[in-house]
Structures are given as structure tokens and as C-alpha cells.
Design a binder for this molecule. Structure first.
Ligand code: HEC
Length: 165
């Protein structure tokens, strides 16, 4: 009744399926999951940018009076934005020429590194200034500064981030 050969076949099939599964994530060249310095840098800057956006959004919404003012939440978001802004340049150490295909970072970052770093520094300075104003005068004092702080995001993206099609 038992067919040892068939059992072997099934084991073989299961093993190949497991192999396919193991190869699927990160398979194919240039994936963001790849274990290269360039892919790691991409994941890092993407995380920093997502945090920056996750903080800038609620800061802007409160400044535009779309949500009720909460001094503690506002102050925390601004301080977190400062932390994120301080990490931007750390995500651009590895050359973009080998960056994963999903990256929107433009090659000009690495040929104009001084200018790029200056824009990152402007972002950090603006966020730090905002944080200082919040500390001294709270939300009311800082409200009018939020838009110009956020302007630093676009000032860098316009030159160094590929636009979505
Ligand atoms: C000094 C330049 C610079 C500054 C300042 C900057 N960004 Fe970026 N940002 C980039 C670049 C370059 C990319 C593309 C990175 C990539 O895809 O490799 C990017 C990508 C992003 C992304 C897409 C992340 C993803 O999921 O792929 C978001 C969102 C973002 N930035 C938000 C912000 C916000 C919000 C600010 C301001 C608080 C900001 N950025 C400030 C350069 C900058």
C-alpha cells in the first residue's frame, strides 16, 4: 500500500517550495531588502523621512488650526522633528549610483554634497529655532514659524528628490 517513492517526491516538492519562499523576498537585483550598504542607507533615510513627515503633518495641522491646540503634543512633535532633521545626512553616506531602484534620491546629491548638506543644515536650524520658540513662548509664539520651517522640506526635495510620475 505505502509508496515510499511518492513520499520522497512530496518531500522534494515541499523542499523546493521552501527554497522558493526563502528566495522570494529581496530576490532580484537592486531590491530595497538587499544586504548592501546602499540598500541599508536607503532604508535608513526612508525611515527618517517618514518620521519627519509623521511629525511635520500634525505640527502643520495644528498651526493651521485644523486640530485643537495641545501645547504638550505640539512641543513633543517639534522636538521629535529636530531629532529626525538631525539624522538626515546620515542616510546619504552610501552612493546613490548603487541605490535600490525604488530610491527617489537624485545623483546630484553626491555631486553637490556641500549644497545638499547645507539644505539639511538649514532644515535642522529651522527646526531647532522652532523648538526654541516653543520652549520660550509656547504654541502661540511658534505658530507663525511653522510654514517657513516646512518650506525647508520642499527646498531640498525640489532639487534632490525625483518626483512621482
Ligand atoms: C536635505 C534634503 C532633504 C530635506 C531637508 C528633507 N528631505 Fe525628504 N527626502 C529627501 C530625499 C533625497 C528623498 C528621497 C530618498 C530616497 O528615496 O532615497 C526624500 C524622501 C522623502 C519622503 C519619501 C520617503 C519614502 O517613503 O520613500 C518623505 C515622506 C519625505 N522625504 C518627507 C520630508 C519632510 C516632511 C521633510 C521636512 C520636515 C523632508 N522630507 C526634508 C531629501 C530631503
Amino acid at each position: 500500500m505505502k509508496n515510499p517513492y511518492r513520499k520522497l517526491m512530496m518531500l522534494g516538492a515541499a523542499a523546493s517550495l521552501a527554497l522558493v519562499g526563502a528566495c522570494a523576498p529581496g530576490g532580484g537585483g537592486g531590491g530595497a531588502d538587499e544586504d548592501t550598504p546602499e540598500a541599508a542607507a536607503f532604508r535608513f533615510r526612508q525611515a527618517v523621512m517618514r518620521v519627519a513627515a509623521g511629525k511635520m503633518g500634525p505640527i502643520g495641522a495644528m498651526a493651521r488650526e485644523e486640530v485643537p491646540v495641545d501645547e504638550a503634543v505640539f512641543a513633543k512633535n517639534v522636538n521629535d522633528l529636530v531629532a529626525a532633521a538631525g539624522m538626515i545626512t546620515e542616510g546619504f553616506g552610501a552612493d546613490v549610483s548603487n541605490a535600490p531602484a525604488a530610491s527617489a534620491a537624485m545623483p546630484e546629491i553626491w555631486t553637490n554634497m556641500d549644497d545638499f548638506n547645507e539644505r539639511a543644515a538649514n532644515m535642522l536650524n529651522a527646526a531647532q529655532e522652532l523648538a526654541q520658540v516653543v520652549e520660550d513662548g509656547g504654541f502661540a509664539a511658534a505658530q507663525g514659524l511653522v510654514q517657513s520651517t516646512a518650506g525647508n522640506c520642499g527646498a531640498c526635495h525640489r532639487s534632490y528628490r525625483e518626483r512621482d510620475e
